[in-house]
Design a protein around this ligand. Structure first.
Ligand code: GRF
Length: 223
């Protein structure tokens, strides 16, 4: 047993809005011992998110918090933060969570929220990333796991995965490979980097390595 093996599993709260493929991949990594963590709560803004069904079948606690029950974004985000905080997360994991989060949510968990974005950030923040990479004629495309800050898709990068764009690629084929080849593995690998302290969040919000130097995120080819 190494020291970290008997460390208490990191507590993860995972936020989803849709299919939850990233949620499934993280739970799979936990179950096969690649990630020393435990998903203590799955939260969705959609009561019928298919990922909630997976979570229930996997025996994970779930809750859906609907925006329309709140007067505005600020009160929704505050209520969401309160519910997430009650689960005492070590890491708040955005996994296909399709709402922009205001400081009312981000601030209480600053430095402890991560997100996966389907592009090689800082390229293509925001939506339609696959279309934009294809339109630009890029040679590669990929996904990035990054710390969440109030600015959209803008926080320090923890780990990236990339694949070559094929001449025959469409939005669908490219998105499919990003999901199936990269995202399935990338999120758990990035969370392991954090949980196993290969990367730390410095007081100023930047990432540093175990020796305290500026962190250079790995960019791996998943072709
Ligand atoms: C994925 O493309 C992910 O990169 C983005 O949301 C999409 C759906 O994720 N964040 P999931 O299948 O709900 O995990």
């Amino acid at each position: 047993m190494t020291a970290r093996d008997d460390a208490a599993p990191a507590r993860l709260v995972v936020l989803i809005s849709g299919r939850g493929r990233n949620l499934e991949a993280i739970q799979g990594a936990i179950e096969d011992g690649r990630l020393n963590a435990r998903i203590v709560l799955v939260v969705s803004n959609k009561t019928r998110a298919p990922g909630l069904q997976f979570a229930r079948l996997a025996g994970l606690p779930t809750v859906a918090i609907q925006p329309r029950q709140f007067a505005d974004r600020q009160s929704y985000d505050a209520a969401l933060a309160h519910r997430v905080a009650a689960a005492r997360p070590d890491w708040v994991v955005l996994a296909g969570f399709m709402r922009v989060l205001s400081p009312a949510f981000v601030d209480p968990f600053a430095g402890h929220i991560v997100n996966i974005h389907p592009s090689l950030l800082p390229l293509y923040k925001g939506l339609d990333t696959h279309d934009r990479a294809l339109a630009a004629g890029d040679s590669h495309h990929g996904a990035s796991v990054h710390l969440v800050t109030p600015a959209l898709d803008d926080g320090p990068i923890i780990r990236q995965g990339r694949i070559r764009i094929r001449p025959t690629d469409t939005t669908e084929t490219l998105a499919g490979r990003i999901t199936d080849r990269i995202e399935k593995k990338l999120y758990a690998a990035a969370l392991a980097d954090l949980i196993e302290a290969r990367v730390h969040v410095a007081p100023d919000g930047t990432l540093i390595d175990a020796a305290g130097r500026a962190y250079t995120p790995p960019v791996e080819d998943y072709d």
